[in-house]
Design a protein around this ligand. Structure first.
Ligand SMILES: [Zn+2]
Length: 498
């Protein structure tokens, strides 16, 4: 969770920037230009490239903020920019105002805005093992830019997170609906399956022209697939689920992309292809891994936020997830906890805040003031009914000072409300300020590049990862080790430690 004074919500419209107008403009031209990257007749006039640039440039800072902000390390930022520059001079639109940003986010993702603004997460950088792999990611994103996919109007704003959709519908709160339709939601859903395949194939083209090993595209996709597999296991999904049901629903199945990219790479030969493993590992040595303590850390059932200085604990069985907007914990058998921070507009006290601001459209019962570890707080509950479902909601707001509140929203299916209530009550009362000792212990994890020494094993080197019984699987993914593959003394590996 990030501290922000006001919500920056970006609408889908501002991202796409008047797609309909562009199509009309095209009809008025005497003919439609062929897209230089794809060779396809485009419905978009050439003048609209300026619209792409305007749209992308305007949205870039907001999107960067929505993904945790830029990662504050100049050497890494300029390294990535230098790789990106080498790639884009070999694209069909080399003169766009390209920009490259490493985001301070542990999730594994990359995206491109129309007009050449490209970003990738530090989570993705930790996963990659060579300069060619990162070049592959940037080349893929440059493919979306050059093929002008975002301007084709196929963008969908499907709400991926079912939990959030349910919340929004249930409470009728605009704020919660916005959350599901936030930048993150729309961007990750942005491209169709064919657009993804096209970007992969353009990516292989640009990698080849730049002199990078084109096989890096497939190896990067392979690492991403293996990581999703571990992630799926951690979420309790059956093995192989990633191939059947992709987390990013509109993306083509990763396994298919790996196959296509490999086939494409096999057909091209690059003399002395550049891989750049040593250079890359040197550049990411010390890279922050997993959550940034200043954006909040998940430690088992606890959530701790270093810069805001608080912590709370969720009941056993709830899985915590942190994002720039909020912290969500879900229990498999039903039950959702959403924690966030919000400004108070006009309310003169917390009861008024609950009644007239947060739950303005929902009549609340059992409103009461409470005190929690020195914090003034208030709570209220309601039964919510929509056409599809009935759920119970309990709201808690704590006075955070400076016109802000910390908030819990507990959502339970009516048949489980009674059994979940004691645990959720404990969560309410677990909210407290961090002590100095707590704060001193909250150091971020970092990727350290080191040679394997005699006696090291996968298990011993994986022990400092934060994923408990999935540590060894994560270590293998980070280091491209097959199941059962042993370490070789002297080889360089990525170790995660605090
Ligand atoms: Zn893509």
């Amino acid at each position: 969770m990030q501290y922000r004074c006001h919500h920056t919500t970006l609408t889908r419209r501002s991202l796409l920037g008047g797609g309909t107008a562009l199509a009309c403009g095209c009809v008025m031209l005497s003919g439609c230009a062929a897209n230089p990257a794809t060779g396809k007749q485009s419905l978009l006039g050439l003048s609209s490239i300026n619209d792409d640039i305007r749209t992308g440039t305007k949205a870039y800072p907001e999107v960067i903020a929505a993904f945790g902000g830029a990662y504050n390390q100049d050497r890494l930022q300029s390294y990535v920019t230098s790789i990106g520059r080498k790639i884009v001079v070999n694209t069909e639109l080399p003169d766009l105002p390209y920009e490259f940003t490493v985001l301070n986010s542990p999730i594994i993702n990359a995206f491109a805005l129309p007009g050449g603004k490209i970003a990738l997460t530090r989570g993705l950088m930790a996963l990659a093992s060579s300069e060619a792999e990162i070049a592959g990611v940037l080349a893929h994103e440059a493919g979306h830019v050059n093929a002008r996919h975002a301007a084709q109007g196929q963008t969908r704003s499907t709400i991926t997170n079912i939990g959030l959709a349910v919340l929004g519908i249930a409470t009728g709160s605009r704020e919660l609906v916005n959350l599901g339709q936030s930048v993150a939601g729309t961007l990750l859903q942005k491209y169709s399956r064919n657009q993804e395949l096209e970007a992969d194939s353009l990516g292989v083209r640009y990698l080849t022209r730049t002199g990078y090993d084109p096989a890096a595209m497939a190896s990067m996709l392979g690492s991403m697939r293996e990581q999703s597999q571990v992630e799926a296991e951690m979420q309790g999904l059956p093995p192989g689920a990633v191939d059947e049901f992709n987390i990013m629903a509109s993306h083509p199945r990763t396994i298919e992309r790996v196959r296509d990219a490999t086939a494409e790479a096999a057909g091209v030969t690059v003399a002395n292809p550049l891989v750049g493993r040593a250079e890359y590992l040197d550049a990411i040595n010390g890279l922050m891994f997993a959550d940034d303590p200043d954006q909040g850390l998940v430690r088992g059932q606890r959530f701790l936020h270093r810069s805001l200085g608080f912590s709370f604990e969720v009941p056993a069985g709830f899985q915590l997830r942190n994002s720039p907007e909020n912290v969500i914990a879900q229990a498999r058998g039903g039950g959702t906890i959403v924690f966030d921070m919000a400004p108070v507009q006009r309310a003169r006290n917390l009861i008024e805040y609950l009644q007239y601001e947060w739950a303005a459209d929902v009549p609340l019962d059992n409103l009461e003031n409470i005190r929690v570890n020195g914090f003034a707080a208030a709570t209220g509950a309601a039964r919510l009914q929509s056409q599809q479902s009935v759920s119970d909601v309990r709201l808690v707001a704590y006075d955070a000072g400076r016109g802000q509140v910390y908030r819990f929203l507990f959502l339970t299916p009516p048949q489980s409300t009674r059994s979940l209530a004691p645990g959720l009550r404990d969560t309410t009362y677990s909210f407290r300020r961090l002590t100095e000792a707590d704060t001193a212990n909250l150091r971020p994890l970092r990727v350290i590049v080191a040679p394997v020494r005699a006696g090291d094993t996968v298990d011993s080197l994986a022990a400092s990862l934060p994923f408990d019984r999935f540590n060894a699987a994560w270590f293998r993914v980070l280091n491209d080790l097959q199941p059962g593959q042993e370490l070789t003394v002297g080889d360089t590996v990525k170790i995660v430690t605090s």
